[in-house]
Design a binder for this molecule. Structure first.
Ligand code: FNR
Length: 383
């Protein structure tokens, strides 16, 4: 393939380079994947207003997310096992994000640890927290994020228990990779991935090593999650987390206006309207379809971000127009990483930036901070 021009191109390349069990891990959703699909397809129902005879010079995509300057309103979402898409994946993606001037969010369930990522970056990144039953362990993670000078804590609210992805079970997903004949075959057919992986020692969960000794495949990961993650997590716990952390707090995984009101009551700095990329409650509505109701409920009280289904700069622009201050991408950067390592993440970000810039101009706007619902075609949209 010539230079990839779209996120779909990067996806195709990643599928060719990454062993099936890890590509499927990134690319799948829960159960029937209906929410995963709706996340993507609902964006295309929203139509943009074409405007003409407007000065389109000197455009800017620069803005802020939780008061922090970003070169465009797109952060890299926290994703588990990113170091299995490409060796040292989290470190590479964090460096690409830093060079691009957008936030990188490190997952609790990452392969590279908080300290690994801190060692290759010079600007603060964000840390995503899953809350375990063992509060000393949670406190340990918060303190490590503080020591690494992370500039936001992203508290994930929508994974007290793990949704089920059929492909992961069928593939026998594991980290570190297992060596059954099927898996050896899958990996042997991806020699470049293997060569990179042989050069690193980072092949299992960097932040939870020691705490996850018995996790060898997805069945044991599900059992471990069930055992460790706190199923009683409630809004009352947010106060404790806020107190321990003491910095900017983002609550991720809010999809309902009532929950959004409760999240705003906690005094958090932002919420992420998200259904975990369709990986948790299959049958839930798409993130973009819930954004207007949530903006209506709490838009004047808390900053609102969105993720799920963003595959183009147009999608980002639509989310901003409907009231999000920023967005996150999960799979788009994972495809780039799997396809081409750090360069692929930079390419994914570049693709989104170019699409966003051109679309903004053709909608008659020059500054992302001036983008609002006026760029949406009410007549043309099928919502
Ligand atoms: C995720 N997501 C996620 N979220 C989180 O808070 N902690 C995590 O560890 C993970 N892990 C994870 C792994 C993979 C492979 C994916 C695809 C997603 C959800 C993620 O942060 C984000 O909400 C979605 O990825 C957004 O949807 P798109 O952009 O992938 O469509």
């Amino acid at each position: 393939m010539a230079t990839p021009l779209t996120i779909a191109d990067l996806k195709e390349l990643a599928q060719r380079r990454v062993p099936k069990m890890f590509f499927d891990y990134a690319d799948s959703g829960a159960w029937t994947e209906s929410t995963y699909r709706a996340n993507e397809s609902d964006f295309s129902r929203i139509k943009l207003r074409q405007r003409v005879m407007v000065d389109m010079t000197d455009r800017t995509l620069e803005t802020t997310m939780i008061g922090q300057k970003v070169s465009m309103p797109v952060a890299l979402a926290p994703t588990g096992l990113t170091g299995m898409q490409h060796a040292d994946g989290e470190m590479l993606a964090a460096r690409a994000a830093e060079e691009f001037g957008v936030p990188f969010t490190l997952s609790t369930m990452s392969i590279c640890s908080i300290e690994d990522v801190a060692s290759v970056t010079t600007r603060p990144f964000w840390f995503q927290l899953y809350v375990m039953r063992d509060k000393d362990f949670v406190l340990g993670l918060i303190n490590r994020a503080k020591a690494a000078k992370c500039s936001a804590l992203v508290l994930t609210a929508d994974l007290q228990i793990l949704g089920q992805r059929h492909k992961d079970l069928r593939n026998g997903l594991s980290a570190p990779p297992r060596f059954t004949p099927k898996h050896v075959w899958q990996m042997a057919s991806r020699p470049f991935w293997c060569l990179d992986m042989l050069k690193t020692k980072r092949r299992t969960f960097g932040n939870i090593i020691g705490h996850a000794k018995n996790v060898s495949n997805i069945t044991s990961l599900a059992a471990w999650t069930h055992e460790q993650f706190d199923p009683r997590l409630s809004w009352a716990d947010v106060a404790w987390i806020r107190e321990q952390w003491g910095g900017p707090l983002i609550i991720k995984g809010v999809l309902d206006p009532e929950d959004a009101r409760a999240a705003a009551d906690t005094g958090a700095d932002a919420i992420v309207v998200s259904n975990h990329g369709g990986r948790q409650l299959d049958g839930a509505p798409s993130s973009i379809s819930m954004l207007p109701a949530i903006v209506n409920a709490v838009g004047d009280r808390i900053e609102i971000h969105l993720d799920g289904g963003i595959r183009s700069g147009q999608d980002v622009l639509k989310a901003i127009a409907l009231g999000a201050k920023g967005t996150y991408i999960g799979r788009p950067f994972l495809y780039g990483l799997g396809a081409m390592g750090k360069e692929g993440v930079t390419l994914a970000l570049g693709i989104l930036r170019k699409e966003m810039d051109i679309t903004m101009a053709l909608c008659g706007k020059r500054d992302i901070n001036d983008v609002n619902a006026s760029i949406i075609s009410r007549q043309g949209s099928n919502r």
